[in-house]
Design a protein around this ligand. Structure first.
Ligand SMILES: C[S@@+](CC[C@H](N)C(=O)[O-])C[C@H]1O[C@@H](n2cnc3c(N)ncnc32)[C@H](O)[C@@H]1O
Length: 169
């Protein structure tokens, strides 16, 4: 099984491109819940994702309901600053399961009604609310996926790699 990043109606192509790059580098599957605020041939998305777009396993969903049908009974986490549980307090170690991390759109986050119906699934990344309204979407996706991978001991990822022009060896 594997980890999944899901983006609810993403608006900014560079954010999705950055997340696609992380997905390519971590064998994470990417789910895009439509409508998207850009076309998938957008130059900013391609630039942020560089050559990685083709390397990512991407699933498109017409709406939240279609995405939830795919998730089924696997663990789903709603990533939101409004949550009362801290993301790093959750156990992501079970690699027999698919872990789905769902992030909100840049402008309005996740649907309020959906979060209110599932408060136990909501996870917050601690931040200083006096200085920022929220963290950047692509940074939050990176934080969550690397916490899950750290707990899982980085499955199928190289902890060390020897490069042709190695700068340390
Ligand atoms: C720019 S924020 C959206 C802000 C939006 N005004 C809201 O009400 O959530 C985009 C997404 O980044 C994630 N995010 C940003 N800051 C977060 C935090 N401190 N904790 C958890 N998720 C966060 C959430 O998934 C959020 O929906």
């Amino acid at each position: 099984m594997t980890n999944h990043i899901a983006l609810f109606e993403p608006q900014i192509p560079a954010n999705t491109g950055n997340i696609a790059r992380t997905c390519a580098g971590t064998n994470t599957q990417l789910h895009l819940i439509e409508p998207l605020g850009f076309k998938t041939d957008d130059k900013y998305l391609k630039r942020a994702g560089l050559d990685y777009w083709e390397a990512v396993s991407i699933h498109y969903h017409a709406n939240l309901e279609e995405f939830l049908a795919v998730v089924g009974n696997d663990p789903l986490y709603l990533i939101s600053k409004f949550a009362e549980k801290v993301y790093s307090d959750v156990d992501f170690t079970d690699t027999e399961k698919n872990h789905y991390f769902l992030f909100g759109k840049e402008t309005t986050g996740l649907p309020e009604e959906f979060m209110r119906a599932n408060p136990e699934k909501c996870l917050r990344i601690p931040m200083d609310d006096t200085h920022v309204r929220s963290l950047n979407l692509s940074n939050t996706a990176n934080i969550l996926i690397y916490e899950a991978l750290r707990q899982q001991d980085f499955p199928q990822l190289e902890k060390v790699h020897t490069y042709d022009n190695d700068k340390l060896k």
